[in-house]
Design a protein. Structure first.
Length: 215
């Protein structure tokens, strides 16, 4: 009788359950790609693409910085998407390697800056300056929103870490978009006004998002 009662209890609980469609990373990836490409298309339409890129050429240094930032964004977005899947013992640390590689930009910028501090200070002040940073933060909101909605539905086990990773992905996405618009090839400018969108967005993600990602 005891076993029968347990079976009846399980059957009673199972009667109220409905099938749930499994979550697929591909679906979340499409939303992230839409947020990334959509923001990029809007900004290029509003402000125009940098002249040399429109001609199919970008200086090697600017190209290297672009790919470092973009790789950081892709790695962070992928980690955030996997945080929204059920599972135990998953490794979400791949994005840290990309962020570590991105640190090469400020280190290289320091060497360049001290080589000719006056010239590079003036270069950092010219052009878009803080507008690049603000546009980078704003243009990353599409990726940030897509990842937030994905993780909001998935309820990650570590909202604090999820907030960090969403911020890194959003900031890197925005910085990569600004690299397509800003014509400056100065490494100090790129580091100070483009790549800075990554830590700024990461801090914002850490401070704002965890409370909305909790169970």
């Amino acid at each position: 009788m005891k076993d029968a009662s347990i079976d009846d209890l399980i059957d009673g609980l199972a009667d109220d359950l409905t099938p749930v469609r499994p979550r697929r990373v591909m679906g979340g990836s499409l939303w992230v790609a839409a947020g990334w490409l959509g923001a990029g298309a809007v900004l290029v339409w509003l402000f125009g693409m940098r002249p040399d890129l429109a001609g199919g050429v970008m200086p090697p240094l600017s190209m290297l910085a672009f790919w470092l930032v973009a790789a950081t964004g892709v790695a962070a977005a992928w980690s955030a998407l996997r945080m929204g899947l059920p599972g135990v013992g998953r490794d979400y640390g791949g994005w840290r390697w990309a962020v570590g590689a991105l640190l090469a930009l400020p280190l290289a910028a320091l060497f360049v800056f001290f080589g000719d501090a006056h010239a590079h200070t003036e270069a950092a002040r010219r052009g878009f300056d803080v507008h690049c940073l603000l546009q980078g933060i704003v243009s990353g909101l599409g990726v940030g929103a897509a990842l937030f909605l994905w993780l909001r539905a998935g309820a990650p086990t570590s909202p604090t870490r999820a907030g960090w990773v969403i911020g890194v992905a959003a900031g890197a996405a925005g910085a990569s978009i600004i690299a397509l618009l800003c014509s400056s090839d100065d490494l100090v400018h790129i580091t100070l006004w483009h790549a800075s969108a990554v830590p700024v967005s990461a801090i914002a993600g850490r401070l704002i998002l965890p409370r909305f990602l909790r169970w």
